[in-house]
Design a protein around this ligand. Sequence first.
Ligand code: PGA
Length: 255
Amino acid sequence: MNKATRKAVIAGNWKMNMTPSEAVAAVKKTAELTEGKNGCDVILCVPFVDIAPAVEAAKGTHVKIGAQNVHFEAKGAYTGEISAAMLLECGAEYVIIGHSERRQYFGETDETVNKRLKAALAAGLKVILCVGEVLEERQSGITEEIVSMQTKLDLAGVGAEDMKNIIIAYEPVWAIGTGLTATPEQADEACGIIRGVLEGLYGKDTAESVTIQYGGSMNDGNAAELLSKYHVDGGLIGGASLVPEKFDKIVSAAQ
Ligand code: PGA
C-alpha cells in the first residue's frame, strides 16, 4: 500500500457547536454538496446529543457520523460520561479520542486516551486518534520525541489487526483554531514520523496502510497542498467543517 491506495478521509470535528436542529440541516447540506465525491470518506464528528438526529439525517448518503469522545468503562457511576455501547446504539461509527482540547482542558493523559481507545475498539467503534506537540515543544526541537511517545503510549496493547479501525490525526496544538497552519512540509514530516513509529510497532505493510490525517486550521485555501503530501491522507477539520460550503471544498481537494 502507498498514498495512492490508502483511504483518504476528510473528517469534521464540530466541537461544542450545533444544536440538534442545526446539526440536521448541516448534515443534509454537507451530504448534498459532497455527493458523488467518492475519492475520500466523509465523516462528521458531532456533539453527543446531535448523534442520533445526525445519523437519521445522513441515512442513505455517504456521510458517516462520529462522536468526539467515549468513556472506557462500559457503565456505572461516571456522571457526564458516555459509553461506547451508547454511541453505537445511536448510530455513531467513529469516535475521536485524545483531541488536544480534551488533553488540555479536561485532564486527558496518554493513559486515559489508551484506555478509551481500547474500549472503543473492543465495542466495535472506529477511532480517530489525535496526537500533536504544543508550541514550546516544537520550538525546543522535540516534536519528533513528543509525537512518537504519544503514538506509542496511546497505542499500547493495540494489535496490528486493530490498526485497520484506527485513523491517526497529527494535530499540532499551536495550529488548532489559531489560523496558523503547519506548512505542507511540516505536516508531511510529522505524519511521516508517526508512520515510522507504526512501522516499528506493526511492520511496513500495516504502517503503509494506515490513514494519517493532518489537522489544525485546514481550510479550503490550504487543503489541496497539504493533502498532496505523501504521508498526509486526509484532514481533521474544526472551524471550516461548520460551514458545509467550506467543508465541501476541502472534500473536493481530496479527490
Ligand atoms: P481547526 O480545528 O480546524 O479549527 O483548527 C482542528 C481540530 O481541532 O480538530
